[in-house]
Design a protein around this ligand. Sequence first.
Ligand code: C2O
Ligand code: CU
Ligand code: CU
Length: 482
Amino acid sequence: RETVSLKPGPATRVFRYHATLRKGPPSTLVPMPGYLGPTLNFVQGQKVRIIFHNQLPEPTIAHWHGLHVPQVMDGHPMYAIAQGQQYIYEYEIRNPAGTNWYHSHTHEMTATQVYQGLAGLLTITDEQEQKLALPGGEYDLPIVIQDRNFTADNQLQYLQRGMHERMVGFLGDTIVVNGQIKPVIPVKTRAYRLRFFNGSNSRIYKLGWKDGTPLTVIGTDGTLLEKPETYPYIMLAPAERVECWVDFSGREPGTDLMLYSLEFKGAVPRMGGGRRGGGGMRRHGMPQGAVFPVVKFHIAEKVSESPGLPENLTPFHRLTEKDVSDPAREIPIALSMRRMSPQLNGLSFEMLKVVDAERIPVNTIQKIRIYHDGHGMRGGRGGPGGARGGRGGMGMTMPHPIHLHGEQFQILSRIMRDQNTSDYDTVKKGFINSGRKDTVLVMPGEEVTILKPFNDYTGLYLYHCHNLEHEDMGMMRNFLVS
Ligand code: C2O
Ligand code: CU
Ligand code: CU
């Protein structure tokens, strides 16, 4: 394992990634090397070759989350390799500057493999970004947030107590940032570029300062925004990234600033069928939506110079309905839960299958509507199953971070369909709907319409819930681009 920074140019360097699962405790003092994979730093236009070597006693495959790559390079679970085999990835970096990541995408084993460390950051830079002279070097920091459980003797533990917890997804009670427990980041009195990334299996963060100071966002999943934007807090679902401009100028050396995950509601599954057993969904440890500290910034040193926040970041072409290739077509992604199984359009994952709604002509822009279907939704849209609780005896609705492989999409609209919820008020100001995204959090009762290009490459690409337990339970399907 090594960190490789590849320079632009015709030459391709070889990077070897040895997939191994690490056991053992992260130190409370220093980041544990190998806790995550190395950060890969790439340049737009560069050609890369990555040799992925499986040293695990189980199959695995790597996916480049956020990257626009040919189908055979995308890490579809059909390409999983056995112990001792290698998979050679070769592709050109087409994405613009931004923060992406890579992780295992193994059939029914993504959650456990990512949990045990098969994930890492992947940054891309481009000429436009370099012109901006954003804070670089030690002032450009990744903040990888994960929740983990440790046993009494400090061993990493993946534990789910029963079916209810499986439905919610894994929630750890220990927050780990860049592999550190109770993280403290020493900073100087100047501006920083902080690349937040939620590398958790299912925990959603509501990042904010307790005193209500807003956060300045300069980038979202995979790309910079057109202009900086401010938010009172930021909702960060699994797999999402957000880049912030955080200025510590004027702070007193020796003082600390704590960034929290603030309290929010609506994330605990709601039961259908008369809400019986609602208490059963409560869990031990730290529930989804609880308030807790994430990372402490310690003002360590006073400096006099600090760069100014650029007014404009990157040119951006906003897609509108006029750009949709087939205006008569709207592709549905209905989120539902049946017989304790989270589904997409009422279907579970099938390795090589698509239905007609999943066939997409290449080089088109499609309108896709993501919504909650039925079960357990108060005043919901009905649909098959309606609010009856479902035939499996338990219907429920909960947030789902929906991710689509391939090119990044834009959010056209976000509508709350459930009139009765006040829970939504606790999260709604924290969604970044501008810029380009590859993962979008869809809260209970919410309907999100996106516009997504399907250019250049054909074949089977995935779309799925990035709650990794949901993904492994089959909340994933293929698009066939052809
Ligand atoms: Cu981050 Cu299909 O994955
Ligand atoms: Cu992906
Ligand atoms: Cu989900």
